[in-house]
Design a protein around this ligand. Structure first.
Ligand SMILES: [Zn+2]
Length: 60
């Protein structure tokens, strides 16, 4: 196991943790069914993405 040679300063700890902030997911309205869904992801409501049907919804 790697063991650090010197104690990292509070400043260095803050620099490392500067990238730890959480970001809110990018919610967009589906162009097909207008339901809110994640961008660049197949719509969980109607199953379409970029005009193509990827999931079977309501056809069973
Ligand atoms: Zn949709």
């Amino acid at each position: 196991m790697a063991v650090q040679q010197n104690k990292k300063s509070r400043s260095k700890k803050g620099m490392r943790r500067a990238h730890h902030a959480l970001v809110a997911p990018n919610i967009v309205l589906c162009p097909n069914c207008k339901a809110p869904s994640l961008s660049h992801v197949v719509c969980p409501t109607c199953g379409t993405y970029k005009g193509r049907q990827y999931l079977r919804k309501g056809t069973l």
